[in-house]
Design a protein around this ligand. Structure first.
Ligand code: GTP
Ligand code: SPV
Ligand code: MN
Length: 594
């Protein structure tokens, strides 16, 4: 075993036990040094786990291909292991902790034989921030080490700050045989423990991300009075130089990375507007000394969706992925040893290898070159619009919460809730069409409250109550205002009605004006809708005329009636645990629609 980097009794005891279980040939502590990471990169290149890309065009960039059966999160194999099923709630898969430990330990036993164990100390949040928390991930994958080194803060400094504290999350990852039938992603919120076996794909194995920063942290937040949310954080700077921050929750592959890095439309740029990225996936939120809610991004990098990312849709993401990036499951252009994915440009390579590792001619093939959930792992510091507050230990103060999903019909472009509790209701009734970010069917509408359906580490009804309690603890003038947006509404021909991407700033502009009390609205059954004249469509030309804007903002009672039936059924699963305030909001909406 390489020299332990800590004398923490709780860490050493846990490690001893786990090493005995998995039986590696050797143990390597990840100290966070560039020398060690360089050596690991070289090793993974030698083994073929990583392919180095064109050093001129993509300096320090690599391509990795996962097994073809292991390309997305597996929600049906993700479990919340609480003492009782009720604590996990009706929307989570549940396994009793004893049963789960014994099953997982039997799978993990001896699985590191012939392999090296890597011990990764990492921090979610700036090291030393009062809002940050530490974890240890034990893994037998160099790919995991190198991704964690981008996505989190790692190494000795984390252990130095943690000292002998027992407040750290235990994470065990075993690649095993990448056997789908034995793949389990298990969270034990009461034990601060995560065990992930038989996968090598991002969200299943980078344990700091969904497993810790959302599933475990949502539970910790409930206990400790803060929130862990599947939200981007962005700052909008107005021409006066004032920056207002917004947190937005959209389900997986529904536009968080895009919105977090948006480039303002020309008119806004000329006027002096700027957008600053604080985070693109996760927010940890806590009340600050000033009585407002403050958010940090616990991550240190982006694990972004590659397909559809191009210079027009997300210039800043593309720029972030030009150096120091690991690409997963994209196509390899053999002519110049660069990467390609659907939607990057209109020139697919003819001489290439697809995400499965097969020869691929993008000019003739009907198969995709990149997997729809292929991703790039890039350091946040690469992002041209990274916020000056990215490392701020106290985070940034939040003016608005925005919920949203993919809804071809129903949800208008934007509406505002009437109150905090109504806003919680708006988040709780979110639904969205499924995407390739999780295994399973794509494009079916499902309920995904607060974009947390796959990520809430305890009973969703208690989580909603926690949201209500957080609001009750805020002065009305300090509480963020709560909105819902839908960039994905379609006309009857199936085309998007709203151009989206950079033009979404036009909607954020209205949202921030509402927060300042500087814009009017029409009250309708579901909340406040903008007056059409208050959405700036200058420069959109024929793309969005007044008639189209009216369609985007329209609320169709018949569709909402149908929606209410679905919400009622969904809420029904929670029985008496459903917060009374949400039931009251449901009744209010019913009577307003009637
Ligand atoms: P995760 O990383 O999975 O949590 O997802 P994310 O929410 O960060 O998703 P991302 O921003 O990468 O969204 C990817 C998909 O959303 C791509 O298919 C984009 O083309 C699409 N998308 C993003 N913003 C917009 C928009 O404003 N309008 C439309 N029509 N599509 C968008
Ligand atoms: C998501 O699916 O919401 C992601 C990607 O952000 S993963 O890390 O795989 O969960
Ligand atoms: Mn996500």
């Amino acid at each position: 075993m390489s020299q332990a980097l800590t004398s923490s009794p709780s860490i050493l005891a846990w490690l001893k036990e786990k090493i005995k279980l998995v039986q590696p040939d050797s143990v390597v502590w990840i100290d966070g040094s560039e020398e060690q990471l360089a050596q690991l990169r070289a090793q993974s290149v030698a083994s073929g786990e990583l392919l180095p890309l064109n050093a001129g065009k993509y300096p320090d960039c690599y391509l990795h291909r996962t097994a073809v059966n292991d390309v997305a999160r597996v929600e049906h194999r993700t479990f919340i292991c609480t003492p009782t099923k009720d604590e996990a709630g009706p929307t989570n898969n549940w396994m009793a902790p004893d049963e789960a430990y014994s099953l997982l330990h039997s799978i993990a036993a001896g699985s590191y034989k012939g392999r090296t164990a890597y011990v990764i100390p990492y921090s979610m949040g700036p090291v030393g921030s009062a809002l940050a928390k530490a974890g240890i991930e034990l893994t037998d994958s160099i790919y995991v080490v190198l991704n964690m080194a981008i996505m989190t803060r790692i190494g000795q400094k984390v252990l130095d700050v943690l000292g002998g504290s027992n407040d750290w999350v235990r994470g065990l990852h075993c690649r095993c045989d990448i056997d789908e039938q034995k793949r389990y992603i298990c969270q034990f919120p009461q034990d601060n423990t995560i065990i992930s076996v038989n996968s090598g794909y991002g969200g299943n194995v980078l344990l700091g991300k969904k497993c810790f920063a959302l599933r475990i942290a949502s539970y910790q937040g409930k206990q400790e009075g803060w929130q862990a949310e599947h939200m981007l954080i962005l700052g909008v700077e107005n021409p006066k130089g004032e920056v207002r921050y917004i947190c937005a929750a959209f389900p997986s592959a529904c536009g968080k990375t895009n919105l977090a890095m948006l480039i303002p439309p020309e008119g806004y740029q000329k006027a002096g507007y700027k957008v600053w990225t604080v985070g693109d996936d996760i927010a940890w939120i806590r009340k600050g000394p000033d009585g407002r809610l403050w958010a940090i991004n616990p991550e240190n990098g982006f694990f972004g969706v590659a397909p559809g990312t191009n210079a027009k849709s997300n210039f800043n993401a593309l720029a972030s992925a030009q150096k120091g990036t690991i690409f997963t499951n994209v196509a390899l252009n053999l002519d110049d040893n660069t990467v390609w994915w659907e939607g990057l440009d209109k020139n697919p390579p003819s001489h290439a290898i697809d995400w499965r590792g097969n020869p691929w001619d993008g000019t003739t093939s009907t198969e995709k070159g990149a997997h729809p959930n292929s991703r790039f792992t890039s350091p946040a510091k690469n992002c041209p619009c990274i916020s000056s507050e990215f490392e701020a230990p106290q985070g940034v103060p939040i003016s608005a919460f925005v919920f949203g999903g993919r809804r071809a019909k129903l949800a208008p472009l934007v509406y505002q809730s009437r109150s905090w509790n109504h806003g919680v209701f708006v988040g709780a009734i979110m639904a969205s069409e499924t995407t390739a970010a999780a295994s399973g069917t794509v494009g079916v509408v499902r309920r995904d409250p607060m974009a947390m359906l796959p990520f809430c580490g305890y009973n969703m009804a208690d989580y909603w109550q926690h949201w209500i309690d957080i609001g009750a603890g805020l002065d009305a003038d300090k509480a963020p205002k709560i909105f819902n947006v839908n960039w994905f509404r379609k006309n009857d021909d199936g085309n998007f009605l709203w151009p989206g991407f950079g033009d979404n700033l036009r909607v954020l502009d209205w949202i921030l004006a509402r927060c300042e009390g500087a814009a009017d609205a029409d009250e309708v059954a579901i909340g406040y809708i903008p007056k059409a004249a208050d959405i700036n469509i200058i420069g959109l030309g024929d793309e969005v005329g007044p008639a189209q804007l009216d369609e985007l903002l329209s609320v169709e009672p018949a569709l909402w009636q149908e929606e209410l039936a679905g919400v009622t059924e969904f809420f029904g699963q929670f029985g008496d645990r459903l917060p009374k305030a949400l039931n009251a909001e449901l009744e209010t909406l019913k009577s307003r629609l009637a």
